[in-house]
Design a protein around this ligand. Sequence first.
Ligand SMILES: CC(C)(COP(=O)(O)OP(=O)(O)OC[C@H]1O[C@@H](n2cnc3c(N)ncnc32)[C@H](O)[C@@H]1OP(=O)(O)O)[C@@H](O)C(=O)NCCC(=O)NCCS
Length: 153
Amino acid sequence: MTATAQPTESSARHDVEGMNFYTRKWVRPEDLNANGSLFGGSLLRWIDEEAAIYAIIQLGNHRVVTKLISEIDFQASAREGDLIEMGLLATHFGRTSLTMRARVRNMITRRSILSIDKIVFVGVDEDGTPIPHGYTTITYDRDRMPEPHGKIS
Ligand SMILES: CC(C)(COP(=O)(O)OP(=O)(O)OC[C@H]1O[C@@H](n2cnc3c(N)ncnc32)[C@H](O)[C@@H]1OP(=O)(O)O)[C@@H](O)C(=O)NCCC(=O)NCCS
């Protein structure tokens, strides 16, 4: 009899095209639509926030804004009580922008729930003007943050 290797917690969170699935959500009654399945607007709000945090870390700038979200493919629904996880991957570092790909899947079955091929965030200054970030590769650390946000002096 051959043993089948089970994915470890760590490998399971990195197995879609090198994507990291950092955030998990528990689908609750307030997240549902009238059909009793996950409301698309809730999911998009979560993804937008997740992408903002990812962009802040990658661009080393607390001021980032959503510029573009490409076609959104809701591939399967989620139900109350489901555990879902969101994954993001930087696909292009522009001069002032960052382009990411997003996936959402059921944490247990791994069934894909949503896919977005292109989410573009732009790093801006205090006036909302795009500023160059100077980065070309993904960081897996918090090394780009200039200083703790909201630091009390
Ligand atoms: C984001 C914003 C500052 C960009 O201003 P802009 O005048 O378009 O700036 P630029 O033309 O210099 O473009 C900035 C970057 O966005 C990219 N960009 C602009 N339009 C784009 C589009 N339609 N698709 C993809 N990228 C785009 C540019 O390529 C550029 O990237 P790069 O510097 O990496 O090459 C401005 O459009 C804005 O404030 N939008 C509202 C943002 C917001 O409030 N988001 C929340 C929505 S509720």
